[in-house]
Design a protein around this ligand. Structure first.
Ligand SMILES: CCCCCCCCCCCCCC(=O)SCCNC(=O)CCNC(=O)[C@H](O)C(C)(C)COP(=O)(O)OP(=O)(O)OC[C@H]1O[C@@H](n2cnc3c(N)ncnc32)[C@H](O)[C@@H]1OP(=O)(O)O
Length: 162
């Protein structure tokens, strides 16, 4: 069986703390999709440390939330909000070391909701942190009605989904 091809996804929100291409203070995460899962590769800079040389747990949680969010957006082609997430920190993660993340949908709970998992692995492929989150899914019209983003932004984002 041939492995599905990984394709880079466009970063459309320039100022997002996690994925913004222009945010000088952010993580600048990038994503790829093979249509079934998403993945991301990242080396966390020392500025995001907490205890000594360890990546701060809040930063790891942000990375997991972002991984799950992009997964939900691209695999359902809907706008999303994180309703809740649980995180397990399994192994310390050091700043300056290459990490890989992956995300996938475990359950489409309803037309409106999906359960998503994300994992952070070290260079040896061991899972250092993982999360499970519940995501509420919205159409562009519903998301627009919530006043979260401007009309032009909504359309740019909708065009980049899938
Ligand atoms: C494309 C390119 C990618 C770009 C990536 C860009 C960056 C992305 C970055 C992402 C960054 C990271 C992401 C973040 O960090 S997102 C930021 C963190 N999360 C939040 O701020 C969420 C705050 N919470 C809420 O707004 C509510 O609690 C939500 C909406 C989550 C649930 O609400 P509620 O507690 O009420 O839920 P329920 O379980 O009782 O469900 C009730 C029902 O109502 C439906 N419902 C609820 N509200 C609305 C609504 N306004 N219009 C239409 N329908 C609505 C709902 O679907 C359900 O439908 P049904 O099940 O009955 O059918």
């Amino acid at each position: 069986m041939t492995e599905r091809q990984w394709k880079p996804l466009a970063g459309v929100d320039r100022d997002c703390f996690a994925c913004g291409t222009e945010n000088p203070h952010g993580l600048k995460m990038r994503f790829e999709s093979n249509g079934e899962q998403l993945r991301s590769f990242l080396t966390v800079r020392p500025r995001f440390r907490g205890w000594s040389n360890l990546v701060h747990g809040g930063i790891l949680s942000t990375m997991l939330d972002e991984m799950m969010s992009w997964t939900a957006i691209h695999l359902t082609e809907r706008f999303i909000l994180t309703k809740g997430m649980n995180v397990a920190f399994k192994k310390p993660v050091r700043v300056g070391t290459p990490l890989s993340l992956n995300g996938y949908i475990t359950e489409r709970l309803s037309e409106r909701k999906a359960r998503v998992v994300a994992e952070i692995r070290d260079e040896e492929g061991e899972v250092c942190a993982s999360s499970e989150g519940e995501f509420v899914l919205f159409t562009m019209e519903e998301f627009g009605a919530m006043g979260i983003m401007a009309e032009e932004e909504l359309e740019t984002m909708a065009a980049a989904m899938g």
